[in-house]
Design a protein. Structure first.
Length: 571
């Protein structure tokens, strides 16, 4: 069982398996049978092989414990999450080799396509193809890169509006007015995102590849994206002339907004999983966690949230980056955080330098001392030669004009090199302006002439973030009593599992058909299941023709035509 990072536990849920109805299991079975039948010729071989290797059951919705056992074969795990979760959480789970699975399952009315995350999408779409080692490496890599991607407040608001939209679209009780209002709000919030953030670029790349990717020749591609693999309707629609196929490139994917409320109108075709890996690494090379420098700090400022920036000495600062002072060339020479701030090295918080100690923020110069001296490169002798030793009073004059004057209280090192110098009676000035005053207490100065990385979140989350409040399990409520139709589905499933139709079973199925004709003239899926049994057992010959006639009549409804046609093709 994979270990879940503590700060992620609030997003973890339980799978209340007993709440799945017999119709829910029938929906799962229909999609899985379609996957095994229709996708064997249109999906990438990695998915077809993965379906076989994974051992994911066709007959009923899997339990998360079964998914864990399935994925443990490849060193992964699975966990139930609360619907659409924040991107940073989603990516961290993938980076850790954990597949997040939404416990919900789409309604029968949305069996072809749903914008909401559900167990069909995760377990039947994502899980099988993860059994390919090259593809699995790509998913884990884009997950780890996604955790380092800066977002912004407007992007978070757009996410929340999108999350609400998926809930409204899936809820059978939602009115057309509520759906329209939710879609309008999502569009408004999306339009408010004026900057294409790192997080949005990664999200769009993920969407165009992991969710909706095609692979192979442009004129004859195969499916590998989970959004297509888990959608009975879209897995066929994507090969029609209504969908434009474009050559994969990171730039083209990042320039294409995600469409979540309808089937895709264009898809990107990559040549191989190797090309995907090259692409995501090229995107990572443009991101703050690899670029460093002033640009990375500016992205941290614009995010207006907790971020970490690292110096070339190895020390890292975690907090809300509030302000930058720049020189005439626009290069940052002094950086300030506001609110609780922590210092760390090698992803471990430095003792005595947690957010309680630096509760009001942190400020430090960036750059070299006059004489082009980088403190982080100096050994003990070189430091002593400049008077930088515990107990000495010194004035450190930076090339930028920042001056640090005070008595050295102590130093922390990263290996043999200094990374933090603490001062008493310290004053920090720039062009006559005091950046730090003596009366404020000890001044801790991070050592480093250059920022090498910046990324969202904390260097050591378990130390920086407060432990989540213990979650009281909601009172266990027994599942609602099954409706008559749900009981009919359960009866058919139980008879099918026996694999031996007795005279009593045959009569029971005939009776079920009579109830369907009398009370449920529009139910097509149970009729398909009855037809499946009737076509396999001579004792039910009398049911086959009426069922085919009823399904033929139902297929005149546009929304059911493809579903019934696809179901019959499996038979």
């Amino acid at each position: 069982m994979k270990v879940i990072p503590p700060h992620i536990t609030p997003y973890i849920a339980e799978q209340d398996y007993d709440r799945y109805t017999p119709i829910d299991h029938a929906v799962w079975r229909y999609v899985m049978r379609q996957n095994h039948h229709a996708l064997q010729h249109t999906a990438h071989a990695a998915f077809v092989d993965g379906l076989r290797q994974s051992g994911i059951e066709t007959e009923k919705i899997p339990r998360v414990s079964e998914m864990n056992a399935c994925l443990s074969k490849i060193g992964w795990g699975a966990v139930i999450v609360n619907g659409l979760i924040p991107g940073a959480v989603f990516y961290e789970l993938l980076a850790s080799g954990i597949l997040p699975i939404a416990a919900e399952i789409r309604k029968l009315s949305n069996i072809e396509y749903t914008p909401a995350p559900d167990i069909i999408h995760e377990a039947a779409g994502h899980a099988p193809i993860l059994f390919d080692s090259e593809y699995r490496k790509y998913v884990q890599t884009i997950g780890s890169i996604g955790t380092k991607a800066f977002s912004m407040k407007e992007r978070s608001e757009a996410f929340e509006a999108l999350r609400k939209l998926t809930i409204v679209m899936e809820d059978p009780k939602s009115t057309p007015e509520e759906k329209a209002a939710a879609q309008k709000l999502a569009e408004e919030k999306q339009h408010a995102v004026l900057e294409l953030t790192e997080a949005e670029k990664v999200s769009r790349l993920f969407w165009a590849t992991v969710e909706y990717g095609l692979i192979g020749e442009l004129g004859d591609p195969k499916i590998y994206g989970a959004g297509l693999l888990s959608s009975v309707g879209e897995s066929k629609h994507c090969f029609t002339g209504a969908v434009k196929k474009l050559p994969y490139s990171v730039e083209a994917c990042a320039a294409s907004p995600k469409i979540v409320t309808e089937m895709q109108s264009k898809l990107f075709v990559c040549r191989s999983f190797d090309e995907l890996m090259e692409g995501v690494q090229a995107l990572a090379d443009t991101m703050a966690f690899r670029v460093g420098g002033t640009e990375s700090l500016e992205r941290a400022v614009r995010s207006r949230s907790v971020a970490t920036f690292e110096f070339n000495s190895g020390i890292a600062v975690t907090g809300v980056v509030h302000g930058l002072i720049k020189d005439s060339n626009g290069e940052a020479i002094y950086v300030n955080t506001t609110g609780p701030t922590a210092l760390s090295a090698n992803n471990r918080q430095l003792e005595g330098h947690g957010k309680d100690y630096h509760a009001k923020g942190f400020g430090t110069p960036i750059g070299k001392l006059q004489g082009h001296i980088a403190i982080e490169t100096c050994d003990d002798d070189a430091l002593a030669g400049m008077g930088i030793a515990t107990g000495n009073t010194v004035q450190l004059q930076f090339e930028s004009g920042v001056s640090v004057s005070g008595r050295i209280k102590g130093m922390l090192k990263n290996g043999q090199r200094a990374m933090l110098i603490s001062f008493d009676d310290c004053t920090v000035t720039l062009d006559g302006k005091e950046l730090f005053k003596k009366e404020w207490g000890t001044y801790d100065m991070a050592v480093g002439s250059r920022i090498v990385s910046a990324y969202p979140g904390a260097a050591e989350p378990s130390s920086y973030y407060d432990p989540p409040e213990p979650q009281l399990a909601p009172p266990h409520e027994p599942p609602a009593a099954w409706t008559e139709l749900e009981r009919l589905y359960q009866q058919v499933a139980a008879i099918r599992e026996q694999n031996n139709l007795t005279a009593g079973c045959i009569q029971e199925l005939l009776d079920i058909h009579q109830v369907l004709c009398r009370s449920y003239p529009n139910d097509w899926l149970l009729r398909l299941e009855l037809l499946e049994l009737a076509s396999e057992h001579a004792g039910l010959n009398q049911l086959e023709l009426p069922l085919r006639d009823e399904l033929q009549e139902l297929s005149k409804v546009d929304s059911l035509a493809n579903l019934i046609k696809n179901g019959l093709s499996v038979l």
